[in-house]
Design a protein around this ligand. Sequence first.
Ligand code: MN
Length: 446
Amino acid sequence: MPHCHPSPPDRKEYARRRKELLKRVGKKSAVLVPAATETIRNNDNHFPFRQSSDFWYLTGLNEADAVLLLCPKRAEGEIVLFVQPFDPERARWEGARVGLEGACQHYGADQAFDLAEFDERLPELIAAYERVTLPFAEHEWVLNTLNALDSLRQKARSGAVPPQTLKDLAEPLHEMRLIKSPTEIAHLRRAAAVSAEAHLTAAAAVAEGMYEYELAAQLHRVFQQHHGEPSFAPIVASGHHACTLHYRDNSAKLEAGQLVLIDAGAEIEQYAGDITRVWPVDGVFTPAQRAIYELVLAAQEAAIAAITPGASFDAPHQAAVEVIARGLIELKLIEGPLHAALEETRYRRFFMHRTGHWLGLDVHDVGRYKQDGAWRALEPGMVLTVEPGLYLDEADDLPKAYRGIGVRIEDDVLVTAKGREVLTRAVPKTVADIEALFARRSPRSA
Ligand SMILES: [Mn+2]
């Protein structure tokens, strides 16, 4: 991606986040946040670059091989960026890097250094602190930091006491990322809108005889038209493939009478959308498909209704589970009574995953789900998905009409002060609306 420096309001937002992080870690800790590196795909060819979400959240800099170091109360400046210097030869082939000057001019650094000097400069930069806060998941950077501590210990005779504690950055930073700012909510709205458009475009293309990857191509086209990427590899699963939860083969042919499940989302400005819809290949549901579909939809609506500030993160799941268990008993797919079906989790044969996850810069976003052993309470600014499903295997003990039906319905939901807002409501999901959508499509020429 060519450089598109953050606008002044965005720069203020990144500065506000760095300040908030420093407030949370305290002035006795330095903070180290590495950027992502390029990953080889084959030979000298790389996978498309995706910035580390943590680094992006604090800088807005979309460049590989850089490090943000926050040094509270440091005389020469608190915000230090290590980047690769501008190199005219490299600029010719790969495009310009922001360079040391650009890091200060556009990305809020008080001081910028060449990344090649990192090992040499790190000890003096962290020497004055009691702690270093850094992502424990980045083993190489933990090692680099331990090396810097070693070199400080070698100077112990001069009286210096090196930092004694390493703390995981995930704790303070991911709690910040869990509550979305108005700017982030605007990005998530766009990701939701582009994801919705992609699903509607794919729905318009669904036809007997086409391949799952052709529907995936429709999704990718819409994502790219909006300067987006897929937020994860799209799942396009026709017929019984929908019962494979992370099906990614996308190579089967759509047949009349089947359902096709599409789980896909756009990533816009690094923020993820995540929608699942199920379409009948020939535009109408069979009675068995309809029964399963409407049960999942009722569960999803009950789960969405359970989202409100102060409610437990688990409340939507419990609401979904109860609707699903009751419905499966009515359909004689599991045995009642309800309390026993719930207690013994008999529904889990057909509904084996949880009802949702946090959504943000990562499609399965960061932030704890439990606090002190209990599911945490929902708060305004949290964004989560709601995605119950039912997956009926092809076992002999099931009535034939139900075998191989897989249904999941997923929306992205913002917790608001008064309750909730479904960001992805533009994609129809009632049976009546879906059948009307398919009936309106112009007849395809054979
Ligand atoms: Mn999801």
